[in-house]
Design a protein around this ligand. Sequence first.
Ligand SMILES: [Zn+2]
Ligand SMILES: [Zn+2]
Length: 327
Amino acid sequence: MHAMVLHRLKTPLKWMELPDRAPGAHEIRVKVLACGVCRTDLHVVDGELPNPQVPIIPGHEIVGRIDAMGHGVTDLELGERVGIPWLGHTDGTCPYCRIQLENLCDHPLFTGFTRDGGYATMAIADARYAFPLGEVGSDVATAPLLCAGLIGWRSLVIAGDARKIGFYGFGAAAHILAQVAIWQGRSVYAFTRPDDAKTQDFAKSLGAVWAGGSDQASPEPLDAAIIFAPVGALVPAALRAVRKGGRVVCAGIHMSAIPSFSYDILWEERELKSVANLTRKDGLDFLRLVPEIGIKMKTTVYPLRDANQALADLRAGRFEGAAVLTP
Ligand SMILES: [Zn+2]
Ligand SMILES: [Zn+2]
């Protein structure tokens, strides 16, 4: 197999030939068909997440086809198309797993961070955390659903019953979730980098009722806001945009420091909450809805070998929607 491997934090990935591995008990091996490039991959490469592990193959939005199975795999079949997400394993026994919060497991493994991921021609996964995908939807268009879509979905659920909802940072996750939110009958307000007219037009083309810079005040008080961009300064901005009792959800795994702010923007029962990882139930709930919603996915495709370019373009905000690698 071939893979793009992170050998040292903050250095480019290297193209490598590696021996094929056989799947262990409860594991599947897939031939990778497509793997999305997520902002979390930048945090992995930059060493911004706790307890980084190298060498590692990044990538946690994997669409693959099963070509080998270990002992004990019961619910999947050879040749089946599956999705492999960020949550790669949990212990099933910690206090969080026991109350259906496996996203907070004390002993998790994360695909592309603490177990090898999908920037490769083949990947091995714990079968119990892989999602059957069926054959509807192209491999490339399906890959970004597996993190941008799933964790975005969890964020939207946690945002609650908000009719007017703001999205701060309009990249891969927001462009998917805007379509979900509009399908649910909500009004979407898109806050982009200041003066990014192109992304604002993109948001409006997807049905946002308003789009502007994150330095602008919201035209109306919002019921909730989700912050997708890893920018701490957006927290006070979003708190200012929500009404009394409104909720601000931070959807990212990493954020720059949040500047201090006066208590009055949190006062009146505004809430601030983060979203961590996903549960398998989030994945199943969301993937069940996808065919109904008819999400239009905007993707930029890179050959696997150009993963460093894809990461650089993501960092610089050089494309709309989501980047996807194909082997
Ligand atoms: Zn656990
Ligand atoms: Zn991700």
